[in-house]
Design a binder for this molecule. Sequence first.
Ligand SMILES: NC(=O)c1ccc[n+]([C@@H]2O[C@H](COP(=O)([O-])OP(=O)(O)OC[C@H]3O[C@@H](n4cnc5c(N)ncnc54)[C@H](OP(=O)(O)O)[C@@H]3O)[C@@H](O)[C@H]2O)c1
Length: 343
Amino acid sequence: MRSGEGRIELAAYRLCASVAGVKKIVFSEVGGPEVLRLVEAETPEPGPGEVRVRHQAIGVNFIDIYHRTGLYPVPLPAGLGLEAAGEIDAVGEGVSGFALGDRVAYAGGPLGAYAEARVIDPKHLVRLPAGIASSIAAATLLKSMTAEYLIRRTVRVERGDWVLFHAAAGGVGLLACEWLVKLGARVIATVSTEAKAEVVRSLGVEHVVLYSKEDFVARSREITDGKGVRVVYDSVGLDTFERSLDCLALRGTLVGFGNASGKPPMMDPMKLAKGSYFLTRATLFHYTATREELELSSGTFFQAVLDGLVNVRAPKELPLAQAAEAHRALAGRETIGSTILVP
Ligand SMILES: NC(=O)c1ccc[n+]([C@@H]2O[C@H](COP(=O)([O-])OP(=O)(O)OC[C@H]3O[C@@H](n4cnc5c(N)ncnc54)[C@H](OP(=O)(O)O)[C@@H]3O)[C@@H](O)[C@H]2O)c1
């Protein structure tokens, strides 16, 4: 195809997309996956300072479930989703730094990623390097930036450190555990099934504990000769949080970063006095608050993928229309690694 013809085709596609509208997922009441509805809306036009991104892949994250169930309340009706990758197909007035045709991804900003296309402030966007496919970006951007800040900045894990990572076969879990192994950390990982354990062991993780059957506190003490671990990463919340504290070595840190089983209970600060422990409840958006942090966090991971240091497991793919099914599987603990929706 000559390049001129390509431009005509692209222009026709844009026109066609504008006329046809965009399909997106919305919800007007909180509840189970069934509250998610696929609707067709007018294609949004970018205002001044905005761009429109035509999505090629959309990331599914546990936070989407918190929004849908009302654990993290949002004004309704609302769109859903915080992460996607695709191409800029319209640019509003006064935008600098991004242009038509740029391959981009984002993992933050207002809800609305579960859509064929959406308008967004480009401050949330990162440019995709040539070797990173949209499907990989949508499957990993939010989760890998989370892994990056957790193990490099909330606590800087060093070679030889003992680390306990819960829900290790999840989207964040697999990426973080692979990275921890590469850093030379001594990893104890928890998972609920043997099938998940097998995948985590294949990353080179030394100790995998089936916390559905085994007492992970006793196992962590046993594995570390009674000393405990330097850091526990706990995204399970309610079911594990207080017991996670009992896995720490003296002056160890409990990093809470999720509520997969429900919000952790209120904790008496005096419980930290048992071992002069540190406690934080960390959130990605506080670690990517500036442009420099966003680029550092995303760039570190993309480079690791390009250098072959991290092997991203192929995500589970579902059509956008099956967002409810994606939620059901994620909340039902059926998934291993990441899930993406394809528009
Ligand atoms: N604070 C942040 O910055 C940040 C950013 C990203 C993600 N997160 C959190 O990190 C966690 C992982 O996110 P993800 O999207 O990658 O999800 P995920 O890990 O793929 O899925 C959640 C996993 O949690 C485990 N789990 C334990 N109890 C559960 C329960 N009662 N219901 C459902 N799952 C349960 C399951 O693994 P097992 O079956 O092995 O137990 C499940 O596969 C989530 O808690 C999320 O909110 C936090």
